[in-house]
Design a protein around this ligand. Structure first.
Ligand SMILES: Nc1ncnc2c1ncn2[C@@H]1O[C@H](COP(=O)(O)OP(=O)(O)OP(=O)(O)O)[C@@H](O)[C@H]1O
Ligand SMILES: [Mg+2]
Length: 412
């Protein structure tokens, strides 16, 4: 099999770099054949700040995945999130051009062009233009306007922009590691693809990816992304809180949080104490898990409150009747779903990559959602947009920074 038929998804996080490699078996079924992980270096808040260090960390993770897959990867699909991305909703209007007023491809292209014609700062570029709905002669809610008859065609879209330098620096780190940047997707969009089913997307669902340095979110409603954004707080701040209050090193605090942490009192084992190593020759101190809850809960609650506030500002809370899905490493903290449920007043589940593809045993938890989503997006592109499920982006949502791919079909 040619290496060009290999799909590799690279999730460059602030804490970890994760890579999944997939290929097609003889029946054309997508099979994940390798995975790799490395401790992230040269990144701060989702942005490359040291290209050489990032190159090495990327290389380590990709080589591990290549080794397991027995394949050479040439191109890496990657994700971007955190403060380097921004978004807005926009609308475009055109007159239908065809003789008999039948809407054709050219009309759809023109209306999306009109919708994307917004003023964007010089240092940013458009990452995605995601159609939400089309309106034909004031008749809204149209998903696919092709071949319909009308005079006036409008499109409502969600535009995602990214810092040009953030992308260029990722590209540089990848190229120095001797790979090619395939394309860049919004991280939460990739995660959503790996996590959500059609009913959730239709009814309205909020996906929250709790990373180390940032918490990214995407609200999907009526089958399309409505709000996307990011909060510059994540699991690292929770660990830092523990380290300050318990007077222990950051490394110990991080380990204690991951091994014994809990942020919901009712789930904490009141009997079993956690041993906190002392710093500077101080003796270790036993602390009850309920004490960890007391420190971690307010931080997680704060993260969710900020997300809620940001969403309310844009769309109100009405659009998430299918509840909230938590993902990313921070979703592994016991009790986090209870905290989120209290803040959003919604049912909350932890999102692990969907089982439509068999993920390696080690990659079935919420930390792998973004990398898994990148593989699914790559698959949607390679298989022309439909592999038995609703698919990736429209052609117009191609990342214009690269312009390499044609993502056909509808995103959701
Ligand atoms: N078992 C666990 N319990 C609690 N927290 C955990 C656990 N495992 C990982 N985490 C936390 O998840 C966070 C890392 O999540 P993730 O790997 O998704 O981040 P990242 O993608 O590298 O970072 P970012 O998305 O912010 O760039 C860390 O703060 C870590 O402490
Ligand atoms: Mg992440």
């Amino acid at each position: 099999m040619a290496d060009s038929e290999v799909i590799a998804g690279l999730d460059i996080g602030t804490d970890r770099i994760r890579v999944l490699v997939a290929e097609y078996d003889i029946r054309g079924k997508l099979v994940v054949s390798g995975w790799g992980e490395s401790r992230s270096e040269g990144m701060r808040k989702g942005i490359v700040v040291n290209i050489e260090a990032a190159r090495e960390a990327v290389l380590k993770a990709v080589e591990a995945a290549e080794h397991e897959a027995g394949r050479t990867v040439t191109e890496l699909w990657t994700a971007l999130g955190g403060a380097s991305v921004d978004s807005l909703n926009s609308r475009g209007v055109v007159a239908v051009s065809g003789k008999n007023r039948e809407i054709g491809e050219a009309d759809v292209e023109r209306v999306l062009d009109a919708a994307r014609a917004v003023v964007i700062p010089m240092d940013r570029d458009i990452l995605h233009v995601l159609p939400q709905e089309y309106i034909i002669d004031d008749q809204g809610g149209v998903r696919n306007p092709m071949d319909m008859i009308g005079v006036r065609l409008e499109a409502e879209v969600h535009i995602v922009t990214a810092s040009v330098s953030a992308i260029k620096n990722i590209e540089k780190a990848i190229e120095r590691a001797d790979y090619k940047l395939g394309d860049v997707a919004l991280g939460s969009l990739a995660s959503a693809r790996a996590l959500l089913n059609d009913d959730e997307k239709e009814m309205g669902v909020l996906v929250i990816d709790i990373g180390a340095s940032s918490t990214d979110f995407i609200l999907v409603h009526g089958g399309a992304p409505r709000v996307t954004g990011s909060v510059p707080v994540g699991g690292a701040q929770a660990s830092s809180d523990l380290s300050i209050v318990l007077n222990t090193s950051l490394d110990s605090a991080e380990r204690i949080k991951c091994e014994s942490g809990c942020c919901w009192d009712a789930l904490a084992d009141a009997e079993e104490p956690v041993i906190i190593p002392g710093v500077g020759g101080r003796p270790p101190v036993p602390v009850p898990v309920t004490e960890l809850c007391r420190i971690l809960q307010p931080r997680m609650e704060e993260i969710f409150r900020i997300v809620r506030k940001k969403i309310e500002k844009t769309s109100g809370n009405a659009g998430i009747s299918a509840g909230v899905v938590l993902t990313g490493g921070g979703a592994l903290l016991p009790g986090v779903a209870d905290v989120a449920s209290g803040v959003f007043n919604q049912s909350v589940r932890i999102g692990n990559p969907r089982s439509s593809v068999e993920w390696p045993e080690a990659c079935r938890d919420s930390r792998w959602s973004t990398a898994a989503g990148l593989i699914l997006l790559g698959d949607a592109v390679k298989s022309g947009g439909n592999n038995g499920e609703n698919t990736a982006f429209t052609e117009e949502s191609v990342n214009p920074l690269k312009g390499l791919m044609k993502w056909l079909g509808e995103f959701f």
